[in-house]
Design a binder for this molecule. Structure first.
Ligand SMILES: Nc1nc2c(c(=O)[nH]1)N[C@H]1C(S)=C(S)[C@@H](COP(=O)(O)O)O[C@H]1N2
Ligand SMILES: [Mo]
Length: 319
């Protein structure tokens, strides 16, 4: 597969067509003018919208002290079934995804339902760089420097009602942009859900970028959820709807294979997938076939922060 992607003429992505020196120069000019790029593109007076390259971030206390998986692997070994089921399909086919204009409808059991424009979401709260472990249910793992802020920042602004017990996240499902949606591999749109307290946990990240740039399309541009203590499929990509509900949502993977994919899907080396062990994992990157497996950690290493959410629960039953 190739990492050189064709750029839609209507949507130039500067990071793909401009040499870094020119880019950095542009950023310097913006800095001199006292504007961050995030504010600049919203008001850019060009006929064609110019998307940002770099995002201004601050480091986060939630980052793990591990070396991130190389950018090449993070952006070429993906699961995004809307673009196909092979690991290299998303990087090959996601160029057809249109990420502007983009809105996220926030609705259901909230006092202030509203539609957020993606540029508004980029400015809603200070962007942090959060280096998180990602553990796929398939048995591989990565370490990814995400960019975003706690989902709780958005949640508090819409004021959930007392009836809001869960949140449902819905991914775009447009067969015109997403070739995989015409296959029946899942019941589209891709839906995931969290308990409200899980969604409000500071580790749950409303994610807008990685490696200091806006999200590549194959990683769920322009906005996704990242829940680092759960298997990767709980982290829905390219989100268009966030709905607050009273009843536990049925996620796409649970609907497809309820015996194998439960609602919680917390990373747990002691609870095996019905068809394979979850005790170890294979880190992706730098010659991973020669790389040794490493033990999987309870809650993907975030037990100190999240175990209390599940106090008293039988995690074999609530898998
Ligand atoms: N909409 C949507 N979101 C999705 C998926 C998907 O197929 N569709 N795959 C999930 C799975 S299985 C994983 S492991 C992660 C992978 O995220 P990454 O490709 O950015 O590493 O995305 C998750 N989010
Ligand atoms: Mo996954």
């Amino acid at each position: 597969m190739t990492l050189i992607r064709r750029v839609q003429p209507s949507e130039p992505l500067p990071s793909e067509i401009t040499p870094p020196e020119v880019f950095n120069r542009r950023r310097q000019l913006l800095a001199m003018a006292g504007v961050t790029p995030a504010l600049a593109w919203g008001t850019a007076g060009h006929a064609q919208r110019v998307l940002p390259d770099k995002l201004q971030t601050q480091p986060s206390r939630f980052s793990v002290g591990e070396t991130p998986t190389p950018y090449k692997d993070v952006t070429s070994y993906n699961n995004f079934y809307e673009f196909g089921t092979d690991k290299d399909d998303p990087a090959r086919y996601a160029h057809t995804l249109k990420v502007r204009p983009w809105t996220v409808a926030v609705e259901g059991e909230v006092r202030k339902p509203r539609v957020f424009d993606i540029d508004e979401l980029l400015r809603l709260s200070a962007l942090e760089e959060r280096v998180y472990r990602l553990r796929c249910v398939e048995g591989w793992s990565m370490v990814i420097p995400w960019v975003g802020y706690s989902l709780s920042e958005l949640i508090r602004r819409v004021e959930p009602t007392g009836n809001a017990k869960f949140i449902e996240f819905t991914t775009l499902a447009d067969p015109a942009q997403m070739p995989g949606v015409s296959s029946r591999v899942l019941d589209w749109p891709y839906v995931e859900g969290l308990r409200l307290d899980e969604a409000n946990h500071p580790l749950t990240l409303l994610t807008l970028g990685l490696y200091g740039e806006v999200l590549p399309k194959q990683n769920g541009a322009p906005v996704r959820i990242v829940v680092p203590w759960k298997y990767g499929f709980k982290s829905g990509k390219s989100i268009v709807k966030i709905r607050f509900v009273e009843k536990q949502p049925i996620s796409s993977w649970t609907r497809a294979i309820p015996r194998e994919y439960g609602f919680y899907s917390n990373v747990n080396p002691q609870v095996n997938h019905p068809r394979w062990s979850q005790a170890t994992e294979r880190p992706i990157g730098s010659g991973s076939f020669l790389q040794r497996k490493r033990p999987t950690l309870m809650f993907n290493g975030y037990a100190d922060q999240v175990a209390s959410l599940y106090a008293g629960m039988d995690l074999r039953k609530f898998f």
